[in-house]
Design a protein around this ligand. Structure first.
Ligand code: NAG
Ligand code: NAG
Ligand code: NAG
Ligand code: NAG
Ligand code: NAG
Ligand code: NAG
Ligand code: NAG
Length: 474
């Protein structure tokens, strides 16, 4: 009993108690943009639709029934009024409706009533179609977004059918039956709407919630929360955690709850906490990727300082005396997880590194010489330009301390050593090259995306806001 309860509690805490590290806020403006893009997409494709053959029968009172088959039905004209979509708080979803849709179709008809057969072409106008549908958003156990149809209502005002050619009496009967044909169409609308929602759900279920950023790191983006924060904005909480692809271990820190303030005028706001960047940092660190072996052949040939005991003698005089004429190498690594912190206006990075120096004997044996701790604080700003997240970083503080020495004490000189060591100074370079990259998403060629990165007014978060603008506004 107890193990079962433990499992249930663990699962509950995993699925319910997760604090999102990334939050996306969709505003009504963003929803309307999405609707316009969808409506344009549907309209472009409507006239290309070809219907499958439709067969059925129409019961005509005591005279039996007419069997019919419609083939080669295509849309000739479509009056597609602007649909409406709004947030629907009762179900954490949307209410969509379209009113006054009219479609003209043409095709071939074959019909049989007793011994009377009819075949010819038909033109049909389906007029005044109103459809209202309510969709509920949710998340499945794996954190994928799901949609379900809550309700659907459909109404057709009128159907006009015109048959060309064939046997006159049949034409007459068919034409007089148009009221019945219209009742045949109405019940088909909602199942079609529901089928397309099921189809959408099928595509959502096929989506991944975890993506490999490169061979070393994977990002997990399942939904954690889904709720309205007001009547006009929907908040999606995402886990937003990076993992080492090799070892899926949890970092020794947790995401902190935060609020992304609603920004009027923006379609989408994206806020992420420092947890996201730090989980990437932990992923690299725990997989042992934050280390580098530097040897003499990696030092640019123009450098006057070489990685050998005689060259290093200008910093550590006893070195060439103890180990004359030997090449050296340096093992540079992070002593701890490099941690990012977001402060208003700036991103700070705390790097605690170490450098272990070895002399290499001719038979390959490495002799440990000394170990230096190199601690640095970097700070920078980030912004978005050309559809990429960019940043500039500067070093605030760099401290070298001698942690251990096998060659006796020596004076370390920050300035002199600093000149010999490559200092990371990423002016106008991409901040976290492959980890974070916001590419311009073009939904269609008529729009572009305006993205701004905001330094948060409170510590620990960063906001990115997007607005999609028509290109002509440029
Ligand atoms: C998301 O869920 C967590 C845990 O249940 C909760 O602390 C947090 O307030 C929720 N956030 C939103 C925006 O609903
Ligand atoms: C989901 O991930 C798997 C494995 O990483 C991949 O093969 C598949 O193509 C992905 N599916 C989508 C829709 O991206
Ligand atoms: C230095 O390191 C590189 C890469 O690890 C290696 O290819 C090269 O052979 C090394 N050179 C020496 C002199 O050890
Ligand atoms: C060590 O470096 C010096 C330059 O500082 C160079 O003249 C010398 O040949 C190098 N020694 C070895 C063993 O590579
Ligand atoms: C390498 O050479 C040094 C002396 O040149 C010697 O002390 C050491 O034992 C040797 N190591 C190996 C593994 O042969
Ligand atoms: C630089 O870091 C050292 C050690 O962490 C600290 O003692 C010193 O105050 C720092 N200097 C500045 C200017 O922040
Ligand atoms: C879009 O970005 C440009 C340049 O950054 C800015 O001048 C403009 O005000 C932005 N438009 C909106 C609606 O935010």
């Amino acid at each position: 009993m107890l193990p079962h309860m433990m499992v249930a509690l663990t699962l509950m805490s995993l699925t319910c108690g997760e604090t999102p590290a990334v939050q996306v806020i969709l505003t009504n403006k963003g929803l309307q943009y999405g609707k316009d893009a969808c409506a344009a997409w549907i309209q472009d494709r409507l006239e290309l639709i070809t219907f499958p053959d439709i067969s059925g029968d129409i019961q005509i009172s005591i005279f039996g029934s007419i069997d019919y088959t419609l083939t080669g039905t295509t849309i000739t004209k479509c009056d597609f009024p602007d649909p409406s979509v709004e947030f629907y708080e009762d179900y954490t979803g949307f209410k969509t409706s379209i009113s006054g849709l009219s479609v003209a179709v043409t095709g071939e008809i074959m019909a049989q009533w007793g011994i009377i057969k009819y075949s010819g072409s038909f033109n049909m106008a389906i007029l005044g179609v109103d459809v209202t549908s309510v969709l509920e958003l949710g998340k499945d156990a794996d954190g994928r977004l799901s949609v379900t149809s809550v309700s659907c209502d459909a109404r057709i005002e009128d159907v006009d059918i015109q048959l060309n050619g064939g046997f006159r009496p049949a034409v007459k009967i068919f034409s007089s039956e148009h009221c019945r044909i219209f009742t045949l169409f109405t019940p088909q609308i909602c199942p079609t709407v529901k089928d397309s929602i099921v189809n959408l759900e099928y595509h959502l279920q096929a989506m991944n919630v975890s993506f490999d950023v490169n061979q070393d790191i994977t990002v997990d983006l399942p939904l954690t929360n889904l709720s309205f924060i007001s009547a006009s904005s929907l908040n999606l909480g995402l886990k937003g955690e990076f993992y080492s692809t090799k070892m899926h271990t949890e970092p020794p820190f947790e995401p902190q709850p935060f609020m992304v303030p609603e920004q009027t005028g923006y379609m989408l706001s994206l806020g992420f906490s420092e947890f996201t960047l730090n989980s990437a940092s932990f992923g690299y660190y725990s997989a042992g990727l934050l280390q580098l072996l530097v040897n003499d052949s990696m030092i640019p040939s123009l450098s006057p300082v070489r990685l050998n005991t005689s060259s290093m003698g200008s910093f550590i005089p006893q070195l060439p005396k103890m180990y004359p004429g030997l090449l050296m190498d340096l093992q540079v690594y992070a002593r701890d997880i490099p941690l990012f912190s977001f402060r208003p206006g700036v991103v700070e990075l705390d790097l605690q590194g170490a450098i272990k120096a070895f002399a290499i004997q001719s038979n390959g044996t490495h002799i440990p010489l000394f170990k230096l701790n190199a601690d640095s604080k970097l700070s920078g700003k980030v912004w978005i330009a050309d559809g990429r997240l960019k940043g500039s970083m500067g070093m605030n503080n760099f401290t070298l301390t001698l942690a251990a020495s096998d060659v006796g004490p020596f004076k370390r000189d920050n300035d002199r050593l600093g000149k010999g060591i490559y200092l990371p100074r990423l002016k106008h370079a991409e901040l976290v090259n492959t980890v974070l990259e916001v590419d311009t998403v073009s939904f269609n060629e008529r729009h572009h995306i305006n993205v701004s990165v905001w330094p948060a007014e409170e510590n620990g978060i960063m906001w990115i806001k997007c607005v999609f603008l028509p290109n002509r506004a440029l």
